[in-house]
Design a binder for this molecule. Structure first.
Ligand code: PA5
Length: 426
């Protein structure tokens, strides 16, 4: 469950003025009449997902956990950010889990790629290559390399059983390659775009390999789906969040600052940025999504948030109960002057940092803040959160009159790059 608070928004959000518009958009979403209506598969997915495939995901994940030490997740954008966000949010950054997850295929960086290839030498690793189109260049290059390394290390036959492909059910080079090689494949459904795909095999297979209870993730998403699929704005915190964003945008704010107080949620911020940035940033419109991790970034961007150009509002994700806690120890000589905190838990200190910052930003900085508060971060809560943001994002984009599900702007760099690389037809 999640509580969304609008008590620190400085101005009262005029929800009642939006009620009819939200109802109309909701109706269009539900009856699939809005722009981009071919890509609404994520909306009912927590109920309509393919049960047979989920069993295969869980079974294959167990196989990977039992036979390998590393899973290489090879994908970019929507084909990797959700899995990474989930795995870091739930397992932390220094997990002792028996399997290590490495992210690959999300860059052309020769340094990164060469270093990962070197690291994998001699290791028992499996690969999950993820690409809806099956032709994304970053992913395809990385996969070609890592597949070759795997085949060299364990032979082509064994490599076949160590490669799992998540792609379109019928189209694309990756589908053809998987069929030819006989890889286990999972499907990214036609009506779900990359950045809305975290609850499909795209996110669930890597999560399951990382030991996450994916049925609980789907259960949390299902709970959110029921709560947030109502057209009455006064009863729908998810749509209220979208409305508040729209209101800020129309009242001089152009930046949505996603804030968390957990380094393990930094990648959730990356996922958030892609979801909102790629969905809304069109037709010279849209809020620019930025993410920060406090208190770390209070020592870098904090100055700007407090005192700089008044561009932004904050979407603060606050998790009340951390999974682990630890207290400040006593020191005999107290040379660092910290004995006033002796015996206090880090959860307590982090909470005071949050409350102190909130007051500083709202009262003195005049930065409107919304707080999305959850009791704890677990698989169910994460599923809930993913769904909350996807639904809020669709509503936000439609409030701006924008199709939330395409990304025409992303093609421009690719065209130029392909031309420079001499690809046929460019
Ligand atoms: O959200 C999106 O559509 C994109 O971020 C894609 O997920 C990303 O470009 C990767 O595409 P593909 O899955 O086709 O390799």
């Amino acid at each position: 469950m999640m509580h969304v608070s609008f008590e620190n928004t400085l101005k009262k959000i005029p929800f009642e003025d939006y009620a009819e518009k939200v109802k109309a958009i909701h109706h269009n979403i539900e009856t699939k009449q809005g722009e981009g209506n071919d890509f609404l598969g994520w909306k009912d997915w927590p109920e309509t997902y393919d049960r047979e495939e989920l069993s295969r995901i869980i079974k294959s994940a167990k196989y990977v956990r039992d036979h390998f030490d590393v899973l290489v997740v090879c994908g970019i954008g929507g084909s990797y950010l959700g899995a990474r966000a989930a795995i870091e949010a739930l397992n932390g950054l220094y997990s002792n889990d028996k399997i290590q997850i490495i992210y690959f295929g999300q860059t052309f960086s020769p340094n990164y790629i060469a270093q990962v290839m070197e690291y994998l030498k001699g290791k028992r690793f499996a690969i999950n290559v993820i690409s809806k189109s099956g032709t994304t260049t970053e992913t395809s290059i990385a996969f070609r390399m890592v597949k070759e390394l795997l085949e060299k290390q364990i032979g082509k036959d064994k490599a076949r059983n160590a490669i799992f492909a998540t792609t379109d059910k019928a189209r694309g080079a990756l589908k053809t390659l998987s069929d030819t090689e006989g890889y286990e494949t999972f499907v990214l459904p036609d009506d779900i775009g990359g950045r809305y795909s975290v609850l499909t095999a795209v996110g669930l297979f890597p999560m399951a390999v990382a030991g996450i209870d994916v049925e609980a993730v789907l259960g949390g998403a299902r709970e959110a789906m029921k709560l947030y699929s109502v057209d009455d704005l006064s009863k729908n915190p998810c749509y209220q969040y979208a409305v508040a964003r729209d209101y800020f945008y129309r009242h001089g704010k152009s930046v949505d600052l996603f804030v968390s107080y957990e380094p393990s949620l930094t990648q959730l911020g990356e996922w958030f940025k892609q979801l909102f940035g790629e969905s809304e940033g069109k037709n010279r419109q849209g809020l620019f999504p930025v993410s920060v991790t406090f208190s770390t970034d209070l020592h870098s961007l904090g100055q700007f948030v407090q005192d700089g150009t008044p561009l932004m509002f904050e979407s603060i994700l606050y998790i009340k109960r951390p999974r682990y806690d630890i207290v400040v120890p006593h020191s005999e000589d107290n040379l660092d002057g910290l004995n006033y905190l002796e015996g206090k838990s880090l959860a307590y200190i982090n909470e005071k940092a949050f409350l102190g910052t909130l007051e500083a930003h709202v009262k003195e900085g005049k930065v409107p803040c919304m707080i999305l508060e959850a009791d704890q971060m677990d698989a169910k809560q994460l599923g809930h959160l993913f769904y909350f943001f996807m639904r809020a994002c669709a509503m936000s984009a439609y409030l701006l009159g924008i199709n939330p599900f395409n990304q025409p702007g992303v093609e421009v760099y690719k065209r130029n790059m392909f031309h420079l690389l001499g690809k046929k037809g460019y």
